[in-house]
Design a protein around this ligand. Structure first.
Ligand code: PEP
Ligand code: MG
Length: 591
C-alpha cells in the first residue's frame, strides 16, 4: 500500500492508466526496417517545420496582444526548434539506432534532461521546461500524421476497456487536466501536487476519488494493473489481493449508492430544517462543469474560473472566442446565472505566452490581477467579452486577489472605460453586469469596510485566504498542516467579513472548498451565510446536510466554534455535531 494525501473523497477499484510525458519512461520503439529510415527522417523534419510555423504565428499574435517582451518566450522556443544540433541528434538516433521519430525525440529529450539536471543553477536548470515544451510540440505534430501506431500523443493517450480507469501520473499539467476532462476516468493518483493542484480540482469537480503526493507510484504501476484508490484516507493499493478488492468494492458500492440517493434531491429546494433558504451554487472550470451543475440542481454558477480557457490555449484567446465561450457558459448554467471571474493566472498556473518569471515565491508574486496591470489589454479584452456575453443571461464579473482599494478603483475605472468604448463603437452589451471582489488576501479582509464602499458583491475565496492567513503553502507537505480550514483564525476572519457584508446588505458568497465541506458548511450557515459555491459534486450532500439542521442549531454551533482556541478543539466539536446531524454525511465528508 502507498500512502499519500486524499484530495478528493470516495473509493474506486479500477485499472491503472499511466499519463506519460515526453520525459516519461516509455519504452523506445524501433522501425521494422532500415529502409524506412529516410521517410522517418523526412517525417520528423516536416513536424519541425510545422512547429516552427505554429510558433511564428504565436510570436506575431502575442506580440500584438501583449507586446514584444511577452513574445520572447516563443522566440526562444523558435530558436530551439531551429537548432541544427537538435535535428542532428534526432536524425542520428533514427539512422543509427533505427528508432521511430517519436522515440528518437524521446531519447534526445532524456539525454538533455540528464545534462540539465547536473547544472548547478536554478534558472538554467529550469530551462529544461522550455526544451520539454518544444519537444512536446514537435511530437504532437508527429502524432498528427498517420503512421506508426506507437507514435501517439505523448501527453495523453486514450484509455480503453470496460473497467473504471485510474489515472496515474507524476503530475497533471493544466492543459492535460483539460484534455482529460472528456475521458472516462474514475480515479486519479499523482506523485506531486496537493489539495489545490490541478489533479485535485479536476477530480473534485467531477466527483471522483483522488490521492496526491504518492512518492514513486510511477515506478510501481504498469498499465492495466489493478488498483484501489481511497480518496478519504489517502491510500492507494496496487495489485490488491482478493480480500482487499472485495472489501473495497463493497465500500465503493455503498458510496455510490449513497451519492445516487443524494442526487435524488436535485429538484428539492435548498432549505434548512426550519425553512431558511440558501443558494447552492457551483464552481465550474468549463462547459461540461456547467452542465454537471445543472444535473445536481445547483441554483446557478457562483464561480467560473476562466483561466482554464487560457491554459488550454496555445496563445491568448481573442475577444470573439472569449465572448462565444462565456455566452455558452451562461446559457448552459442553471438559471442562466453565472459569476465570471477574470483571469487568475500565476502561482501554480502559468501560460508560456505571458512569459515565465523565475520567482522565488510565485504565490506571493506576479499573479492574478497583478499580471493585468502590466498587460491592461488582456483585461480590457476579457471585460469586453464578459460585458457582451451579459446579454445572454445574468452575468456578474468577479475580480480575484484584490489586495488594496487602489487596485479595486483601477479595475472599476477600467470597466467604466470599456463600457464607454463599447457604447462609442455601437457594440451591444449588458449595462447592468455587477462587479464583485474576491476576499482571499488577508489585507482585503481586514479592510472589508473600505472595500464594501466600492463593490457590488463579495466572494470569499477561502482556499487562498487560508494559505495567506497562515503564511503556509498548502501544497508544501512540510507546512500543509497549518492550512487547516477548521481553525480559529480562519473562522474569525470569515466571521468578520460576513458581519460587515450583513451590516451593509452586500451579497456575499463563500466559494472556496470550505463551502462544500460538511463541518465548515455548518459553521458558515450558522454565521449567517446564505450563498455557498462549491464543486458541483458536493451540492447534493450540502443540501442534505442543511436540510437536517435548524438555523438556531447551526447558530449555536457557530457561536461555540468562535469561542474555541485550537483547531483540534474545533474539529472534535464539529465532528460530534455532524455525527448528531447526520452519521452518513460525516462518513463522506473529507476534511
Ligand atoms: C479560492 O481561493 O478559495 C478560490 C475559490 O479560488 P481558486 O481556488 O481558484 O484559487
Ligand atoms: Mg483563489
Amino acid at each position: 500500500m502507498h500512502k499519500g494525501v486524499g484530495v478528493s473523497p470516495g473509493v474506486v477499484v479500477g485499472v491503472a492508466y499511466r499519463v506519460e510525458s515526453v520525459l516519461g519512461s516509455r519504452e523506445l520503439s524501433m522501425l521494422e526496417d532500415q529502409a524506412q529510415v529516410p521517410a522517418e527522417i523526412a517525417r520528423f523534419d516536416r513536424a519541425v517545420e510545422e512547429t516552427a510555423v505554429e510558433l511564428e504565428t504565436f510570436v506575431q499574435r502575442v506580440a500584438l496582444e501583449l507586446g514584444d517582451s511577452a513574445a520572447d518566450i516563443f522566440k526562444s522556443h523558435l530558436q530551439l526548434v531551429g537548432d541544427p544540433g537538435l535535428a542532428g541528434k534526432v536524425h542520428a538516433a533514427i539512422e543509427k539506432r533505427r528508432l521511430t521519430a517519436f522515440s528518437a525525440l524521446q531519447a534526445v529529450m532524456n539525454s538533455y534532461a540528464a545534462q540539465f539536471a547536473r547544472i548547478d543553477h536554478d534558472y538554467f536548470r529550469e530551462r529544461i521546461i522550455d526544451v520539454r515544451d518544444v519537444m512536446t510540440r514537435i511530437s504532437s505534430h508527429l502524432s498528427r500524421k498517420a503512421g506508426d501506431p506507437d507514435d501517439s500523443d505523448p501527453a495523453v493517450d486514450s484509455p480503453r476497456g470496460e473497467e473504471p480507469v485510474v489515472l496515474v501520473a507524476h503530475e497533471i499539467l493544466p492543459s492535460q487536466a483539460m484534455s482529460l476532462g472528456d475521458l472516462p476516468i474514475a480515479g486519479i493518483v499523482t506523485e506531486v501536487g496537493g489539495g489545490t493542484g490541478h489533479a485535485a480540482i479536476l477530480a473534485r469537480s467531477r466527483g471522483i476519488p483522488a490521492v496526491s503526493g504518492v512518492d514513486n507510484i510511477m515506478d510501481d504501476v504498469v498499465n492495466g494493473d489493478h488498483m484501489i484508490v481511497d480518496g478519504r484516507e489517502g491510500h492507494v493499493i496496487v495489485r490488491p489481493d482478493r480480500e482487499a478488492t472485495a472489501a473495497y468494492r463493497k465500500v465503493q458500492r455503498e458510496y455510490f449508492h449513497y451519492k445516487d440517493s443524494l442526487i435524488a434531491n436535485r429538484d428539492q429546494p435548498a432549505v434548512s430544517c426550519d425553512g431558511t433558504r440558501v443558494e447552492l451554487l457551483a464552481n465550474i472550470n468549463n462547459l461540461a462543469d456547467a452542465q454537471a451543475a445543472e444535473q445536481v440542481g445547483a441554483a446557478g454558477v457562483g464561480l467560473f474560473r476562466t483561466e482554464y480557457l487560457f491554459l488550454t490555449h496555445h496563445d491568448v484567446p481573442g475577444e470573439e472566442e472569449q465572448y462565444e465561450y462565456y455566452r455558452q457558459i451562461v446559457q448552459n448554467s442553471p438559471g442562466k446565472t453565472a459569476v465570471i471571474r477574470t483571469l487568475d493566472l500565476g502561482g501554480d498556473k502559468t501560460v508560456p505566452y505571458l512569459g515565465r518569471r523565475n520567482e522565488p515565491n510565485p504565490f506571493m508574486g506576479w499573479r492574478s490581477i497583478r499580471i493585468f496591470f502590466e498587460n491592461p489589454k488582456l483585461l480590457t479584452t476579457q471585460i469586453r467579452a464578459i460585458l457582451r456575453a451579459g446579454r445572454h443571461g445574468k452575468i456578474s464579473m468577479l475580480f480575484p486577489m484584490i489586495t488594496t482599494v487602489e487596485e479595486l478603483r483601477r479595475l472599476n475605472a477600467m470597466v467604466k472605460e470599456v463600457k464607454a468604448t463599447l457604447k462609442r463603437e455601437g457594440i451591444p452589451f449588458a449595462e447592468d453586469v455587477k462587479t464583485g471582489v474576491m476576499i482571499e488576501v488577508p489585507a482585503a479582509a481586514v479592510c472589508i469596510d473600505a472595500i464594501l464602499r466600492e463593490t457590488d458583491f463579495i466572494s470569499i475565496g477561502s482556499n487562498d485566504l487560508i494559505q495567506y492567513l497562515v503564511a503556509a503553502d498548502r501544497d508544501n507537505p512540510k507546512v500543509a498542516h497549518l492550512c487547516e480550514p477548521l481553525s480559529p483564525s480562519i473562522f474569525r476572519v470569515i466571521h468578520m467579513v460576513l458581519e460587515a457584508c450583513q451590516r451593509t446588505g452586500t451579497p456575499v458568497t463563500v466559494c472556496g472548498e470550505m463551502a462544500g465541506q460538511a463541518r465548515s458548511a455548518l459553521v458558515l450557515f450558522g454565521m449567517g451565510l446564505r450563498r455557498f459555491s462549491m464543486s458541483p459534486a458536493f451540492i447534493p450532500q450540502v443540501k442534505a446536510l442543511l436540510a437536517s439542521v435548524t438555523t438556531a442549531q447551526a447558530e449555536r454551533f457557530a457561536h461555540h466554534v468562535l469561542q474555541l482556541s485550537t483547531s483540534e478543539e474545533i474539529r472534535a466539536y464539529l465532528t460530534e455535531r455532524l455525527r448528531e446531524v447526520s452519521r452518513m454525511l460525516e462518513a463522506i465528508d473529507y476534511v
